[in-house]
Design a protein. Structure first.
Length: 212
């Protein structure tokens, strides 16, 4: 069975797909592609992002980078790396991902193997059009501690608590950071230039660090 959707993301859903077929598709498509694959125990979704999807992802990714710079902490940007575990029958390629607390554990690595390596500390997911797959189920199984999800209108922070994601007002990874402020800057990105936005966000982060 195949279904598709537009406009911000083009999604194709395939059912009864074996793990071997999933692995073959990853290999055949290669790393230099725009599409992202999500696999959950026999169901495969192929998503191709368009501009409306990619812009907020890039803004959020840039904001995380500014936070790390201002806090003077090391992070590893893992982007849309394929995170997968055959024993769990799950795999996903987030819109953006970061190692923060576990940055040292993956520093210098050319590949991530979740049988031995930790999952990313933070995943960013942009879901303008609803996905047919429950990405939270996949990330929970993989052990991702925090997810930022944006649906084109609302930004939410979720933290993994006892195998379930709970919406939270503050980031666990960056405890000073409220979702309301990040949402405000994300909304401003629709009306102001990116350089101006990032400069304003940097000033705001510095003010929080000083006051904290």
């Amino acid at each position: 069975m195949i279904s598709t959707s537009t406009p911000a993301e083009q999604r194709t859903l395939l059912r009864n797909i074996s793990w071997q077929t999933f692995e073959s598709l990853l290999s055949d498509l290669g790393e230099h592609r725009s599409s992202r694959l999500t696999y959950n125990r026999g169901t495969l979704e192929i998503m191709t992002p368009l501009y409306e999807h990619e812009k907020p992802k890039e803004v959020l990714t840039a904001l995380v980078g500014i936070i790390a710079e201002e806090l003077n902490i090391e992070i590893a940007r893992a982007g849309s790396t394929t995170f997968k575990r055959q024993d769990l029958g799950r795999g996903a390629e987030p819109d953006s991902s970061f190692y923060v607390q576990n940055e040292r554990l993956v520093r210098g690595k050319s590949k991530i193997d979740l049988r031995n390596d930790p999952p990313p500390d933070l995943v960013i997911e942009i879901d303008i059009t609803s996905s047919s797959l429950d990405s939270f189920d996949i990330y929970s199984a993989l052990g991702v501690p925090e997810i930022w999800r944006y649906n084109g209108r609302v930004l939410q922070f979720f933290q993994l608590q006892e195998a379930e994601y709970i919406a939270c007002e503050y980031s666990r990874i960056f405890p000073f950071l409220p979702v309301a402020e990040v949402a405000r800057f994300l909304e401003e990105s629709k009306t102001v230039g990116e350089t101006t936005l990032l400069r304003s966000f940097r000033v705001w982060v510095r003010s929080k660090i000083i006051s904290g």
